[in-house]
Design a protein around this ligand. Sequence first.
Ligand SMILES: [Zn+2]
Length: 300
Amino acid sequence: MPVSLPPISRRSFLVRSIGGASAVFLAPQLFAGQTDQQANRFALFSDTHIAGDRKLVARGTNMTDNLIQVIKEALAFGPRPASVLVSGDCAFLQGLAGDYKTLLQLIEPLRTGGMPIHFALGNHDNRERLLKIVDDGRSDSSPVVGKHVTVLETPLANWILLDSLDKTNSTPGLLGEVQLHWLEQVLDQQKEKPVLVMVHHNPDSRPKPSGLVETKELLDLLSAHKQVKALLFGHSHHWSISRHENLHLVNLPAVAYVFGKGEPNGWVDASLRADGMTLCLHCIDKQNPRDGQIVNLKWA
Ligand SMILES: [Zn+2]
């Protein structure tokens, strides 16, 4: 199980097996002393694109400055989110060792602030280096051979972070049959709570997708399991909410640069309720008209 960094001050994870699939559980002591709002609140980051060189600017954006800003904002929240989930493209372009060394330094305030961080992998990541440098042997091996997946149990929903990294610095994403089969097994056994699935690549049904190649397979699988309420993803550096049947599709904004003029970049504060999830967009540019936008998702 990959790349799930506990807070520096305390180990907050227990690991056990559900139906042969390893899982990360937030330990009860993490919830003790937290309000419900904390335990059910998550900071959602995507596409941080951190380069080894903190001064590097791409598409007019200094990625380090943006990550520092969103981390400060997440830490300033009262009550703080229970954890941070990062939807891939953690590294700049090629998943270099230097990128991950800088990333590890930049996220330290989250860890000293008591917020665990869970990473999914994107097409600009390198699995081996992310695991070696950022995770540094803290997590168990993945139940999916050659991929890295995380199951995170929280009071009101279980999160499943998938791995759609196929080839580093090659755009489309691939889950693979083994991961899809593993996901089906986990979903068959996790019916008691809503499930939220996070993956880097966006659904993309075009014949030559730049997003997820197995879009139909994944959407069919998630739609067949009614406890799956939302699919969250990044990759397109675009903020939008849509639906596929009863499934909410949440395209998280990039923390780093945007591809389209006026697109918001930043992060999303997600608060779970028993019957849904409230999302609040926090833009890097506080003048962006969408800063502070609130979206209420209701579970079908
Ligand atoms: Zn990206």
